[in-house]
Design a binder for this molecule. Structure first.
Ligand SMILES: C[C@H](O)[C@H](O)CC(=O)C(=O)O
Ligand SMILES: [Mg+2]
Length: 408
């Protein structure tokens, strides 16, 4: 059946990729899509436990081992009617190469609504070098998000309406940062702190992180959620001991104790954990199959990052996997790209706000300074109404030092 004239959609004429920050750039420490690329004295780079913490010289700073080498990737897509859409993620110059020299062929010439077809072609065409995640999938995610933004801007609807509409009027947020006590005053429902010690520090490390938890519990009282984010830094024995030591202080969940491939470790930890404490992970998992395995291992909350898991198209599939087992999907903080999806999910009762202010003492937009009009929670809440703008409802701040390293 032919489309009615008013439903004739434009085609995509151009895709362009820009980078900001990262190892290839002169300007650093601004944040943006690579939110770990912050300036000095930021809580996010202050002795956080990682898989590199066993090396003394890389213990204090994640930037010292290169957490911020990639930088921001901006993908812009333009339609035959002149409308543009864009998105950002973490992939920098590497991502620009992949977009301009490989993925562009699947995008240009297609109609703006052919997102699922493009998504499938991007995933399959990169199978031989994507390794099921990492920078390639970050890049594909960014293209996918830019396509949803363009589609929404062409048809003048917010992405969440294209996905089936909101199932709630507002999104409630917990905050990730060094100061859950301040997050409580700002209206958030909980606070997630990074752990600072790991297996190389032994029982002393556990004692120090528990002391931090105890102090925060005393500050926030009994009913505010407190969580630990372990950023892949532990082993099963250490995580088990930490979980039991944290139980008296009502730790709500223990997050990402192990690297994403160690599914068996998650299965064991789930069996060892105190009853009632939740096990969460997923932000560094980049395939639907990977999420299925985590779900089968008993992860209570799957935490895909929409900019790293294949975009909104993949996030919807992952949410369905979680839903089929009665699990929650609460994406790793990724601002508008997450908000438009989760407000349509019945198994996302709350969401994450990653605090990018240096001392986690005020709410700064997560991807500052790259997005114009990036909404932030007020009193811990963003309403559906605030998302009522075409696409993802944000514009690209062209005053940022964007570079286009490759053209096709
Ligand atoms: C705080 C964590 O180490 C990381 O930087 C962010 C994260 O994993 C999360 O927000 O979750
Ligand atoms: Mg995390």
């Amino acid at each position: 059946m032919a489309l009615a004239p008013s439903l004739k959609l434009p085609t995509i004429t151009h895709i362009r990729a820009y980078s900001m920050g990262g190892a290839a750039a002169k300007v650093h420490g601004q944040g943006g899509g690579d939110y770990h690329d912050q300036g000095k004295d930021h809580w996010i780079d202050d002795h956080i436990a990682t898989p590199m913490s066993k090396y003394e010289e890389y213990k204090q700073s994640r930037q010292s081992f290169g957490i911020n080498v990639l930088g921001t990737l901006v993908v812009e897509v333009e339609a035959s009617d002149g409308t543009t859409g864009f998105a950002i993620s973490t992939a920098g110059t590497v991502g620009c190469f992949i977009v301009e020299h490989h993925l562009s062929r699947f995008v240009e010439g297609k109609r703006v609504d052919q997102i699922k077809l493009i998504h499938d072609q991007m995933l399959n065409a990169t199978q031989y070098y994507s390794g099921g995640g990492g920078v390639v999938i970050n890049t594909i995610s960014c293209v996918d998000l830019a396509l949803w933004d363009l589609y929404g801007k062409v048809v003048k609807l917010p992405v969440y309406k294209l996905l089936g509409g909101a199932v709630r009027d507002e999104i409630h947020f917990y905050a990730t940062g060094a100061r859950p006590d301040l997050a409580q005053k700002m209206g958030f429902i909980g606070g997630k702190m990074p752990t600072h010690w790991g297996p190389a520090d032994g029982d002393e490390g556990i004692a120090k992180d528990i002391a931090m938890l105890k102090e925060m519990r005393e500050r926030v009282g009994d009913n505010f959620w407190l969580m630990f984010d372990c950023w892949m830094s532990q082993d099963v024995n250490y995580a088990t001991k930490l979980a039991h030591a944290a139980a008296p202080y009502k730790l709500k969940w223990l997050e990402e104790c192990f690297p994403p491939q160690q599914v068996e470790s998650y299965r064991q930890l789930k069996q060892n954990m105190p009853k009632g404490m939740l096990m969460t992970t997923g932000e560094h998992t980049g395939t639907l199959e990977g999420f299925k395995e985590l779900s089968e291992a008993g992860v209570d909350i799957l935490q895909p990052d929409v900019g790293w898991c294949g975009g909104v198209t993949s996030l919807c599939e992952i949410a369905a996997v979680a839903k089929s087992r009665g699990q929650l999907v609460v994406p790793h903080g990724s601002s508008v790209y997450s908000h438009h999806a989760v407000i349509t999910f019945t198994n996302t009762p709350f969401s994450e706000m990653l605090m990018t202010s240096p001392h986690a003492d005020y709410v700064r937009p997560q991807f500052d300074p790259v997005l114009i009009d990036e909404p932030v929670p007020h009193d811990g809440i963003i309403t559906a109404e605030e998302l009522d703008k075409p696409g993802f409802g944000v514009e690209l701040n062209r005053e940022c030092p964007l570079e286009r390293p490759f053209e096709h």
